[in-house]
Design a protein around this ligand. Structure first.
Ligand code: GTP
Length: 428
């Protein structure tokens, strides 16, 4: 059966806030989110208010106006820019006699479509069920209309989910949580191992579609031991939330310095609370990073808002004190000289690979601070230490003397302590 084209009116309440542009942008963003769900936006309605209306989110007079607009534009869907309470949703659907959804459901739908790994799928399903739970009783009478968002694929799933009683949904959430915990545990173990090995972790963060995956692929190509074979590449695509999972890659520099680069879910304003909670384990990767590279789409006219959205999201998930490099990407489309470095900011273009080595040099300056330059004299019978240092340290010269191998090198402070007995001179 051919699906009817969804035509939506988007509705937002502009509360007095510090940055007025943020409201306008959040409406534009809502339109983009709808577009990502193949919904055509045919109209928009906004209202300035001190605080939202408890029963209908917008004022009751506006509800009538909206009903007229909806009929006039022949829309079949109304999307609200915030998460609606169960009663607001119920009242609006009853008064407007049409399908009403909110921003949260829209984002959950996109996440559901994009989730590829079991972990991401579990996280999205938990968030969806938690969103449904308090809305269950009220939604019973409007099940046909609600049907779990705008997605066509998950319609059945939405309906059957809603038919389940509260108890069964809670049981399901618990079962999903259990399964997720095992996966999270595996990841935590890997993270602990990395910590033990003292390999620094650099996390790419930023608004969705900023170019994080492209930067990761460019670095892997240039600096990965395998040279960026296809299987090492992460998914880069011009769409919202192309990446929902965390990928980790090893970046190996010529002087035997290594770091781990992680790419994770992109941000958008007003990320649903349940989703943030469900994705906590994914976001933990970011929380434990030694350095963040905040990637910004500099070709987007609203890039300043996008920076704020990412910063607010980081704050919401409790990340406030990790050193950060600001990588202004897509400069090839913004007519700016590249690459250029100004303090903690770099202007680059990852797609045509302009500025990647400069970015890596900046990263270097932040994370490889715990290094020592020295000379070591290692007896010939301890040849395995020389091999180890050849792999792990930056060897500047090697000489063979009567007493053993003399290395002039730069090594991790940890290795310096370990082999202190062989140090004959600290050069810096
Ligand atoms: N012109 C231009 N396009 C770029 C550049 N960097 C990335 N892109 C394009 O921007 C789009 C998004 O890039 P991704 O790397 O997938 O973005 P992301 O930040 O990982 O996106 P999410 O997974 O949604 O968080 C892709 O179509 C890229 O080819 C750039 O420097 N210049």
């Amino acid at each position: 059966m051919e699906e009817e084209q969804q035509k939506a009116i988007i509705v937002g309440v502009n509360l007095k806030q510090k940055h007025q542009d943020d409201f306008e942008y959040s409406m534009e963003e809502l339109g983009n989110l709808a577009h990502a769900c193949h919904v055509e936006v045919v109209g928009k309605m906004t209202q300035n208010m001190e605080k939202v209306n408890k029963s209908h989110y917008i004022g009751t007079g506006k509800v009538e106006e909206l009903a007229g607009l909806y009929r006039g534009l022949e829309a079949n869907l109304i999307i609200f820019n915030d998460e609606l309470s169960p009663s607001q949703l119920r009242n609006l659907e009853a008064d407007l006699e049409c399908k009403v959804i909110d921003r949260t459901i829209l984002i959950l739908d996109i996440f559901e479509k994009r989730a590829k790994t079991r972990e991401a799928q579990l996280q999205v399903e938990i968030a969806q069920l938690q969103y449904m739970l308090p809305r269950l009783s009220g939604l019973r009478e409007s099940l046909g209309r609600q049907s779990g968002g705008v997605g066509t694929k998950n319609k059945g799933a939405g309906e059957t989910r809603l038919e389940l009683d509260r108890r069964r949904i809670e049981d399901k959430i618990n079962a999903l949580h259990k399964e997720l915990e095992t996966l999270v545990f595996q990841r935590q173990t890997q993270r602990k191992q990395r910590k033990k090995n003292q390999v620094p972790v650099v996390s790419l963060v930023g608004y969705t579609n900023a170019g994080k995956s492209t930067i990761m692929n460019a670095m892997v190509e240039l600096y990965s031991p395998s040279g960026g074979t296809e299987e090492k590449k992460v998914f880069e695509k011009d769409m919202l939330f192309a990446t929902l999972e965390t990928s980790v890659r090893n970046i190996h520099l010529a002087d035997n310095k290594d770091f781990l680069l992680t790419d994770t879910v992109g941000f958008v304003s007003k990320l649903p609370h349940h989703l943030v909670k469900a994705f906590r384990s994914t976001l933990e990767e970011v929380a434990e990073a030694d350095l963040l590279v905040h990637v910004i789409d500099y070709s987007n006219a609203n890039y300043e808002q996008l920076i704020r959205i990412t910063e607010n999201t980081l704050k919401d998930i409790g990340i406030t004190d990790i050193p950060t490099i600001f990588a202004y990407n897509k400069c090839d489309m913004a007519g700016r000289d590249i690459p250029e470095v100004e303090g903690n900011n770099i202007y680059l273009a990852a797609k045509p690979r302009l500025g990647i080595t400069e970015l890596v040099d900046m990263i270097r300056g932040f994370i490889f601070t715990d290094y020592v330059q020295c000379e070591m004299l290692i007896p010939y019978e301890q040849g395995q230490i020389v091999s180890y240092l050849n792999e792990q340290a930056n060897i500047k010269s090697t000489e063979y003397e009567n007493e053993g191998t003399r290395l002039s090198l730069e090594c991790k402070a940890m290795d310096y302590e370990k082999y202190r007995q062989f140090v004959i001179e600290e050069t810096e």
